[in-house]
Design a protein around this ligand. Structure first.
Ligand SMILES: O=P(O)(O)O[C@H]1O[C@H](CO)[C@@H](O)[C@H]1O
Length: 250
């Protein structure tokens, strides 16, 4: 997908965290996608790997310093919205930061004024224009049947949610639940980068005490393999249409 790739392993980059999750290759790939210069993370970092929240989000600040303007993220998530099916792709329109409620926010500590303000706004965390474009691209590609929009809730993991927790998150207005992305979005927005994120609904969150279904990482990986081609097509077509973005308001 990336043309003329230059690949760096995380383990070879000083102070970079290392990927520990199965399915996350742990490499930075530089190159072009549809003629646009880009850098891709093959594997991101999670609280449950034991990293400090600031370490998980360090790549966002590295990207900002490299001149990156737009962040596009994908994740796998459990579907809470009862209209969602396994294999649906949810454009994230907003998030609920559960660890943040308990004080785990990547911007805690002295503010880094060279990146952004002390109290960044999050009501426009997921760029409206990119979401609109993604829906249009999805329709052109014939993906409308499985393309949704919704609210992503992040938890710390690594244990999957209990039935009572899934019911609570659903009542709170979350459409999907996962263990990533939100910390990075907060740091990227703080630094004035534009964010767009997709959740692949890799499993249905279990909401019923009679259900025999059990969340498991195998199913998450398998759904990822099944939707990989369409996700690549959606993201690469969107990237081809992304315009230069300069956010001067911070
Ligand atoms: O890393 P992402 O794509 O968010 O994957 C999700 O899937 C893993 C659990 O199966 C967790 O890492 C969770 O966050």
């Amino acid at each position: 997908m990336i043309k003329d790739p230059e690949i760096f392993r995380y383990v070879d980059i000083p102070n970079f965290p290392k990927s520990t999750v199965r399915g996350h290759a742990g490499r930075l790939v530089f190159g072009t996608l549809k003629g646009k210069p880009c850098v891709c993370m093959q594997g991101r970092f999670h609280l449950y790997e034991g990293y400090a929240i600031q370490k998980i989000t360090l790549p966002m600040r590295v990207f900002k310093l490299m001149g990156v303007q737009t962040m596009i993220m994908t994740n796998a998530a459990g579907g809470l919205n009862q209209d969602f099916k396994v294999g649906d792709v949810m454009i994230i329109k907003d998030h609920i930061n559960m660890p943040g409620f308990a004080g785990a926010n990547p911007l805690c500590g002295p503010n880094e004024d060279r990146f952004g303000v002390r109290f960044p706004c999050m009501s426009d965390a997921y760029d409206r224009e990119l979401r609109r474009q993604a829906l249009a691209v999805g329709a052109e590609l014939g993906f409308s049947d499985f393309l949704k929009e919704g609210v992503y809730c992040v938890l710390g993991g690594p244990s999957f949610e209990t039935i009572a927790e899934c019911r609570m998150l659903h009542l709170l207005g979350a459409d999907a639940v996962g263990m990533s992305t939100v910390h990075e979005v907060i740091v990227a927005r703080h630094a004035g980068m534009r964010c767009f994120a997709l959740s692949l609904i890799s499993n249905k969150a279990v909401m019923d005490y009679e259900s025999a279904e059990r969340a498991n990482h195998e199913e998450v990986l398998e759904t990822g393999r099944q939707r990989a081609v369409q996700l690549e097509k959606l993201v690469s077509t969107l990237v081809g249409r992304v315009e230069q973005y300069n956010n001067h308001c911070c």
